[in-house]
Write a protein that binds this ligand. Sequence first.
Ligand code: ZN
Length: 567
Amino acid sequence: MRIQKNKLGVFFMAFLLVAGFCFVSACKTKEAQEEDQLSGLWRAPDIAARLAKYSPTEITFDKSLLNEEDRKVLDKMVAAARFMDDIFWKQTDPTGFPLMEALQKSKQPWAPEYLHFVKINFGPFDIQDENKPFIGSAQKRPGASFYPPDLTKKEFEDYVAAHPEQKEALESPYTVIKRNGSELAAVPYNVEYGKDLEPAAAALREAGEITSNPSLKAYLLQRAKDLLSNDYYKSDCLWIDLKDNLVETVIGPFEVYDDNLLGLKASYESFVYINDRAEMEKITGYLNYLEELQQNLPVEPKYKDQKVSGLESPLNVVLEVYIAGNTKSGIQTSAFVLPNDEKVREEKGTKKVFLKNVMEAKFQKSLIPISERVLSPEDARRVSFSAYFNEVVLHEICHALGLNYIPLPDGTRISVSKALKEYNSAIEEAKADIVGLWSVPLLMERGWIPKEKEAEVYTTYLAGMFRALRFGATEAHGLGTLVQFNYLREKEAFLYDPETERYSVNQARIRQAVQDLAAAFLVIEGKGSYEEAGEFLSKYGKLDGITRKTIEKLADIPVDIEPIFRF
Ligand code: ZN
């Protein structure tokens, strides 16, 4: 939130000076009152440990990539993005911003640490501790500031059912719900946040006027309009159509994760970034092997589609320059898929964007220390970012491989995800991991990955498993990882030395074990067998004592980065 010093402010200051002592003492009293109020709040005693989970990290990129025009456009994009912080403070919790201001003014020795953590979380609730408060005793509202504080899910749903003519506006991702007597009213975002959106749109317009890239110009000018009209369809389409531009931004209301009441309302955020053309070309190169990988999958032909249906969204690799709003709070985004609008998805598709420099920062701050603690010294030396990045890209590509639809006896077909129901996410995520890893030797044969990298690839994969397991073994990614880990340990592809309490890759066994595990997942999916999926997950999805102890040893390693931008 930016405070503009206007003339009225100057007059007010002069008035205070003339009013002299009695006013100054009145001010002091008010400040002292605020300090008392602040000091009276409950504070989590372990603030230092909470802060230590985030390692402050400068997000850098090669500035020589930019020419004079790019820099100017980026400046304007960043200027527009900053307003997304202001809106998100208002959206996520009404007490957050005043609390931050009070902490900023406070002279208490403890204030700076709590201020720092309030800024990370955009409010008094610890995102990594199920949104429980770390200062004060108020609980986070499930509906954040999107709804009246006392509104329940049932009341909202009953009201919508009784007022079908208002359903669209009430359920829109882009309206705030307010009480108007006994009625509920849907206030459009462009009205509610107009004061912040106008300068943001103006900055985008200026960026659009500066750029000489026609597709970027069209997108930025349209996005500026759409932010003010609250209808994002046209600019969402233009974002998919961007071509040959180096600098880029997404800005607006996107994800609904912060609406825990109904999951309807979108939070504002922005990413400003540079397209990494060289890396994108490399990825496109992988796609040339898609058909060959499919044909070579280690399962019978009936478990693979005749033709790979291709990737759901093209893969883009970018370097993050600046972020604001929802995405800046808590755990940092390393990839996103946009737009979310179903209509745009159907007509134009989506883009998947990898933020490569963010991935590298996370890798350095968490994966490297994890490997140093849990792998044998020889293995720890093998862990590399290029292998890690490769693994992530192959994971995305390999989601497309195998069988996507299972033919039924009556001539119809059913998707694998429908057949495997609640087991699908864990099985599909694990399949993408392991088929990605399985594809490495073949890509080496074709000269696409250097042969001497093979050991690096497997060891980096093992290190990454501990990072995933830290986030819990119950949700899909964590469970999928645990299943792979336990299977490969059983096959002695991973070895554990009880004396040193460290793990290493058995390079003599890993290749075959990976192939067998890939086949196991591909067959479960290919059969669409709900029972076999359940059996496999329960057989290999258990956290044993040794693994639990290993994960506990990682407790003091940062879970994520806190990004610092100097652009
Ligand atoms: Zn995935």
